[in-house]
Design a protein around this ligand. Sequence first.
Ligand code: SAH
Length: 374
Amino acid sequence: MSEPQSRNAAQLTLVAPRRAKPQRHLADMTMAERRAAVAELGEKPFRADQLSRHYFAKLTASPEQMTDLPGGIRERLASQLMPSLLTPVREIACDGGTTRKTLWRLFDGSLVESVLMRYPDRATMCVSSQAGCGMNCPFCATGQAGLTRNMSTAEIVEQVVAGARALAAGEVPGGPGRVSNIVFMGMGEPMANYKAVIGAVHRFVDPSPEGLGISARGITVSTVGLVPAIEKLAGEGLPVTLAVSLHAPDDELRDTLVPINTRWKVAEVLGAAWEYAAKTKRRVSIEYALIKDVNDQEWRADLLGRLLKGKLVHVNLIPLNPTPGSKWTASRPEDERAFVRRLEFHGVAVTVRDTRGREIDGACGQLAAAAPEA
Ligand code: SAH
């Protein structure tokens, strides 16, 4: 809050640095592109269908298991179209093994994290879309290190496939299961890596074996509020849930908490959100991290309630998760309760999010991907 807004604004990075790209993977491609790629490698196009069935339906991890392909071409096709893009560096679990955070190394040494959260009725993968983040929100650990690069579509998809494999293999307590929900709430700003993120959403929702066959309703794209990208997303015909990280109802405070607000103001962001809701008929989520004595005053709850009143919206209050070097902490319980009551008074649907993964630094805003010490 003490940061002058000009300094924050100057540190926004909307365009990712140009870096070497990861190897191409069939998860980067549409079915037609996969068939063309297989043909280019001198094989019959139907091999692309076999590879897709292995990758998206059977979740096959190693070429030896692809016994319906002749031995000679198995290795070659797999190394060309199913390269392993993520190397696990470290895995930490909590909640009796039902929350697992994985640190991944990408081909160029970049580090990203994903989190698998299993509940009695669903399993959610929280994925990263960029290595680092350029949005510089002062309360978020990811923002502090800046943006390294955009992830490719396949690098995003591989995080979900890894989670799907762990669930299918029965590695997560609760018996064999499937990924039912995906949230773009890991590292990065998904709307600043638009093309790769949309590609990943297509792979998630395309019916198996072309894609993973996950319902668009179970997918949430969370954004700081890049208005042109939200408008574009509304026209994709992909009814995913939009989550807007608002964190303040007034421009003065939001300029400091979510620096992109210096470019697109609260009214513009909410305008784009309502248009999104109208076009997709999907309820928009408003994310609001409650920070003690910063954004948790009753008058701000009241202002927020008046902005959201009567809209197709749901508010997720997130008790602030601690991040290294930050002086801010979560709101007092009584202030949190008063905040909820004010919103309910305006008839706004509100829940307080549970902070799964806090003790493994796997909760919202805690993903920073430091390499493990030796
Ligand atoms: N860049 C996107 C997606 C990643 S963050 C976005 O900002 O929406 C996912 C959510 O966690 C966002 O709502 C973000 O504001 C919130 N968050 C970040 N740091 C947090 C913290 N320390 N405590 C609680 N929530 C936090």
